[in-house]
Design a binder for this molecule. Structure first.
Ligand SMILES: Cc1cc2nc3c(=O)[nH]c(=O)nc-3n(C[C@H](O)[C@H](O)[C@H](O)COP(=O)(O)OP(=O)(O)OC[C@H]3O[C@@H](n4cnc5c(N)ncnc54)[C@H](O)[C@@H]3O)c2cc1C
Length: 460
């Protein structure tokens, strides 16, 4: 195994310093390697390829990931999908949420309902299951002559010099070495790039709660439920939302941690009977997929070490309630694209990559982590107490005021940042500081854990 501390001189671990500036400015980029052809890697590859930068994606798997994960994207993500040229087809293959969102008790009693009619169409939540988004991005990449996806290419080791970065890759033809000007780890929660740079520790915490995400055909509209509903309940907290126009629903519900996959599968019918309107039995719905997930709030100490960069789940994780996981990841890759394109076009020196790391980490600590944590905490309460004490629900009378709601939902746009405004500046910044007050404050109610199986996927 290659030892990170031997490979990377100290100035790479903290980012390039001022006296490196002259040496590193004005570098046209000949190639970027992206490790992981998940949604973040594919969107970054498209943005780069569209700007004329050669890009190669190394993907361990040979198939599309069709697991029930990302499905809903607020404006910051939609903006990046638009920049990548994907938006018309995202709308065609998915849908734009037109209905409000409601909060209910587990017996279906309506607690609060938000009206989104004043949110401009463009700025509304867009819905498209992860597998379909991946299919779309890969179709676009296949049409770019300067973008190549190599399937069954699993990165195992990394290395870098002053001139380039390298990865060692298990391929069907044996081990091969690939090199590029920069290598971006978009390789998900268990990122090999992050682990080779920083070791096994991924700072943060794991929630005590476990969730099970399912895709299921079941018509909730005949029970008066709209496109999206949350159940507020310490045991049966849940999201029930329309996933695609043909009636496929996402139902993600709270579960007891630590069971086997088989046990989660066996318990699912009883959960649905309790959670879904009409108390359906298995004969009343068509279950398509079921996956148990651990949920985490975690962020790497830096998103840059020399010529290696991290983005999306490889860099940070959050629980899925509120759809900020991939959304944060897509904003990362949009920002990273602007930084790399600035370097490529000689509009920025590569210290802008230190700024990328700092800005994106700050956004995670100050907005994504606290907001996503709060989104889940709203659901984990006794609903009667929540109606009396939770500041969100105390404002519920205003939820029918479209202007109020429009303002509320646009708050998340603060995670966006325009790096093109930083072009032509020497942007050398101090190294990232991993400790952040907001994150420390936010530990209430969750458990710190050095859990090694970080994958936000099946626990089986
Ligand atoms: C139940 C659930 C619901 C969610 N809902 C939403 C939502 O509505 N909205 C939202 O924004 N987010 C949501 N998320 C989060 C979202 O799914 C993730 O943030 C997103 O999938 C991460 O994308 P990624 O490209 O970073 O990583 P991944 O999707 O994990 O892709 C990583 C890729 O890297 C490849 N890879 C891994 N290791 C290697 C290696 N060594 N070499 C080569 N390739 C490798 C993998 O095969 C994979 O293709 C949800 C998550 C869950 C669990």
């Amino acid at each position: 195994m290659i030892c990170t501390c031997l490979l990377f001189p100290r100035h790479w671990q903290r980012g390039f310093a001022e006296n490196d500036f002259e040496r590193n400015k004005a570098m046209a980029i000949s190639k970027i390697i992206i490790v992981g052809a998940g949604p973040s890697g594919c969107v970054l590859a498209l943005l780069l390829a569209n700007a004329g930068i050669n890009v190669e994606l190394l993907e361990a798997s040979d198939r599309l990931d069709d697991s029930p994960r990302a499905s809903f994207y607020p404006w910051p993500a939609v903006y990046e999908l638009q920049r990548a040229g994907l938006l018309p087809e995202v709308r065609e293959r998915g849908y734009v949420v037109s209905d409000g969102v409601s909060w209910r008790k587990v017996d279906g009693t309506l607690l609060a309902r938000m009206d989104v009619s004043a949110v401009p169409y463009d700025r509304r939540l867009h819905g498209l299951p992860l597998g379909k988004l991946l299919q779309l991005t890969r179709e676009h990449l296949d049409r770019r002559s300067n973008a190549k996806i190599r399937y069954l290419h699993k990165v195992t080791k990394i290395d870098q010099s002053e001139e380039s970065a390298r990865v060692f890759v298990d391929t069907p033809d044996g081990e091969q070495v690939f090199s590029a000007d920069y290598i971006v780890g978009c390789d998900g929660a268990n990122s090999i790039i992050r682990r080779k740079l920083f070791g096994e520790e991924f700072p943060g915490r794991t929630w005590d709660q476990q969730i099970v995400a399912t895709n299921v055909y079941y018509d909730v509209s005949k029970h008066g439920w709209g496109q999206g509903a949350f159940i507020v309940d310490p045991e049966y907290f849940c999201l029930v939302a329309l996933l695609q126009p043909d009636g496929l629903m996402r139902v993600s519900y709270g579960e007891t941690p630590g069971l086997t996959r088989e046990e989660y599968i066996a318990r699912q019918p009883e959960k649905f009977r309790k959670i879904l309107p009409g108390s359906p039995g298995p004969e009343d719905y068509k279950l398509v997929t079921l996956n148990p997930y651990k949920i985490h709030q975690r962020c790497a100490d830096s998103f840059r070490v020399g010529r290696f960069l991290l983005a999306a789940d490889a860099a940070h994780l959050c629980n899925p309630f509120g759809g900020l996981g991939l959304t944060g990841g897509l904003v990362d890759v949009g920002n990273l694209f602007d930084c790399l394109n600035g370097i490529h076009q000689d509009l920025a020196d590569d210290s802008i990559l230190d700024r990328y790391s700092k800005v994106r980490r700050d956004m995670w600590f100050n907005i994504i982590d606290p907001v996503s944590s709060q989104n889940l905490r709203h659901l984990l309460q006794d609903p009667d107490v929540a109606m009396k004490e939770d500041p969100l629900f105390l404002q519920r009378d205003k939820f029918s005021d479209p202007e109020f709601v429009a303002k509320l939902v646009t708050g998340i746009n603060d995670i966006m940042h325009d790096f093109t405004k930083e072009y032509n500046q020497s942007t050398t910044t101090p190294a990232d500081v991993p400790v952040n007050k907001v994150a420390a404050d936010n530990l209430n109610g969750v458990t710190a854990s050095a859990d090694e199986s970080l994958l936000q996927t099946t626990v089986s």
